[in-house]
Design a protein around this ligand. Sequence first.
Ligand code: SAM
Ligand code: SF4
Length: 344
Amino acid sequence: MEQSTRPGTGRLADRYGRVATDLRVSLTDRCNLRCSYCMPPEGLPWLPSPDILTDDEVIRLVGVAVRLLGVTEVRFTGGEPLLRPGLTRIVAAVAGLRPRPVLSLTTNGIGLGRLAPGLRDAGLDRVNVSLDTLDAERFARLAYRRRLAEVLAGLAGAAAAGLTPVKINSVLLRGINDDEAPALLRFALDHGYELRFIEQMPLDAQQAWDRSRMVTAAEILDALTAEFALLPDPAERGGAPAETWLVAGSSGPHGGLARVGVIGTVTRPFCGDCDRTRLTADGQVRDCLFARHESDLRTALRGGADDAELARRWQVAMSGKRAGHGIDDPTFLQPARPMSAIGG
Ligand code: SAM
Ligand code: SF4
């Protein structure tokens, strides 16, 4: 049946013809790491607890997105989502929705070894674990915590629990880990993880991002192709942000080969194919990572709005999505809300 765009039913369409089917839900703005491209070492003023959606409120809003608005994929993120006490219960409730969405998690991996079996049993399908370096000293310098071993244990635990494909997200920083692309790929190939590099984006709370210091997708590819032969990936990219290649001589699930990806948000934008909508831990809809405007669903939810009304508000929130992120525009301003409270 053709889905309609009438308020209250249908889908999350914008005026450029894009339809959001992929929902990112931030479950907390708190974190147990301090990755320098994301948060200052001293942390941030956290969201006030009364503002944070309860587990039942999260479940209700995700239900509206899935049942009334055509969302087919739900990714939980943070801050660090494993710090959210109700995570497993939320995953189980969302996995019980029909049509059942694909469920994934973006995490720094700390504690994942212990939590992975329960999350899988609750219905989680797969995970992305952030890992920027394999060197413990660099990790401590980059994330201000000595916790590399726990991240590696988390990756192994996710794979053992069958949360596959286990993907790794890596951000390269000039002068810190910009020489590590081939080593990270070797590590991923050796362990059966799928690696994707993310260009550093202007979303850090410190607002210290400097385009001239950013390690670009082109540089990352140069570093990889110096040591690996990368073959075109026949898979359809669709709305996926990563450009992907198959690694010659590897072994993996893609026609016998492993895949590697690069997300060039800044130098190779993919806004024209974006299929994302975002919900923050305090119940705000964001139509883009870089949006400077948010739409408040929490007040309506707590004020007694029914599901149809919440769906209508979500549709209005998404209808104004801009054509592109505008990072190259001289008037570009970073959003007030940092990445740690949006979720990536
Ligand atoms: N704490 C979890 C984690 O690190 O995976 C989930 C939240 S984190 C904000 C989600 C992703 O955003 C991570 O892969 C992280 O590396 C990435 N990220 C954070 N700040 C970024 C930035 N300024 N530019 C690019 N990626 C960033
Ligand atoms: Fe925490 Fe993730 Fe931000 Fe690192 S990137 S500080 S793990 S929220």
